[in-house]
Design a binder for this molecule. Structure first.
Ligand code: NDP
Ligand code: MG
Ligand code: MG
Length: 331
């Protein structure tokens, strides 16, 4: 089994004398900045003038600087901007300040692996990627726990890049939960595949197809919502706690029999073949090229798809139903 590393495997003092800057203060940025600060490491936040997050970061007691100044005074620069803006900000405001000995860090390998960002050889390039959304990275840290992370080294100019990445992972609480070593390539390709085929693309398409099938057959949309969307969380919680078998122990025998006999008819050979194609598009860089070009063109297709999906009837039914769930407090 692959080795997991924990608190005792990582040395926080490696970064104690190295000013760190977190570029961006969104989902991941706020969690990394606050966790590192609370771990006793010297942190600033880099943001563009006028960012709505400046006030938030300052209210949390963090020092906020324009990106270029933040990059100039830091030894470790963690880039937590949306993937599609990293290249432009890197070229204009980060690269000019990458003196030898500095550490450039990412939470996802996209821009390095697909050569959108090409750092000079004299800096360390590492990744620490929490396997969870930022609010969880922060909340678990405050509770004394952490979110598991992947870490990787792309360039080891100092000879200490790996230890420094592990030290960073400890600072954000990752080693409390366990961290796993990978490469930029492996993290990038598996992350994109997971979100496209299973977690985001696959799951939302499955939920919508089930919902539409029931509604088109004349059933009440509210029931279709409960069956095909709401209960997903209850099932997934059981799966995450104890694997597929824990979930199957907990459902009725009727549901379990239906699972074994019908599930493979939904995810059939054709679906598997399509998954293979999606993986190939990721590996060849076809998906990356499409996403980069879409963003360069000003996101016309992306924006249209966002609008269309937000107007789907499952969203309307869901909004009305959730407004009546006093027990469902959104965070
Ligand atoms: P968000 O979109 O949540 O936050 C982005 C931050 O960057 C915001 O603070 C935003 O400012 C700021 N920003 C946007 N444009 C600029 C700019 N031109 N100059 C300076 N700052 C700018 O990003 P995420 O936290 O989701 O993603 C960051 C990285 O983390 C990505 O590489 C992503 O792949 C990775 N990642 C994300 C995970 C997640 O759960 N979200 C999980 C694991 C990795 P403003 O606040 O004003 O909008
Ligand atoms: Mg991702
Ligand atoms: Mg049922």
């Amino acid at each position: 089994m692959a080795r997991m590393y924990y608190d005792t495997d990582a040395d926080l003092s490696l970064l104690q004398s190295k000013p760190i800057t977190i570029i961006g203060y969104g989902s991941q940025g706020h969690a990394h900045a606050l966790n590192l600060r609370d771990s006793g490491l010297p942190v600033t936040v880099g943001l563009y003038p006028g960012s709505k997050s400046v006030a938030k970061a300052e209210a949390a007691g963090l020092r906020v600087l324009p990106v270029a100044e933040a990059a100039a005074q830091a030894e470790l620069i963690m880039v937590l901007l949306p993937d599609e803006v990293q290249k432009a900000v890197y070229l204009q405001e980060i690269q000019p300040h990458l003196h030898p000995g500095k550490i450039l860090a990412f939470a996802h390998g996209f821009n390095i692996h697909f050569a959108q960002v090409v750092p000079p050889p004299e800096v360390d390039v590492v990744m620490v990627a929490p396997k969870g959304p930022g609010h969880l990275v922060r909340r678990t840290y405050v509770q004394g726990q952490g979110v598991p992370c992947l870490f990787a080294v792309y360039q080891n100019a100092s000879g200490q890049a790996r230890e420094r990445a592990m030290s960073y992972a400890k600072g954000i609480g990752g080693t409390r939960a366990g961290i796993l070593e990978t490469s930029f390539r492996e993290e990038t390709e598996t992350d994109l595949f997971g979100e496209q085929a299973v977690l985001c693309g696959g799951l939302t398409a499955l939920i919508k197809a089930g919902f539409e099938t029931l509604v088109q057959a004349g059933y009440q949309p509210e029931l279709a919502y409960f069956e095909c969307l709401h209960e997903v969380k209850l099932i997934v919680d059981l799966i995450v706690e104890g694997g597929l078998s824990r979930m199957r122990d907990s459902i009725s025998n009727t549901a379990e029999y239906g699972d074994y006999t019908r599930g493979p008819r939904i995810i059939d050979e054709q679906v598997r073949a399509e998954m293979g194609k999606i993986l190939t598009e990721i590996q060849t860089g076809q998906f990356a090229r499409e996403f980069v070009l879409e963003n360069q063109a000003g996101k016309p297709g992306f924006t249209a798809m966002r609008r269309r999906e937000a107007a789907h009837s499952i969203e309307e039914v869901g909004r009305d139903l959730r407004a009546m769930f006093s027990w469902l407090k959104s965070e």
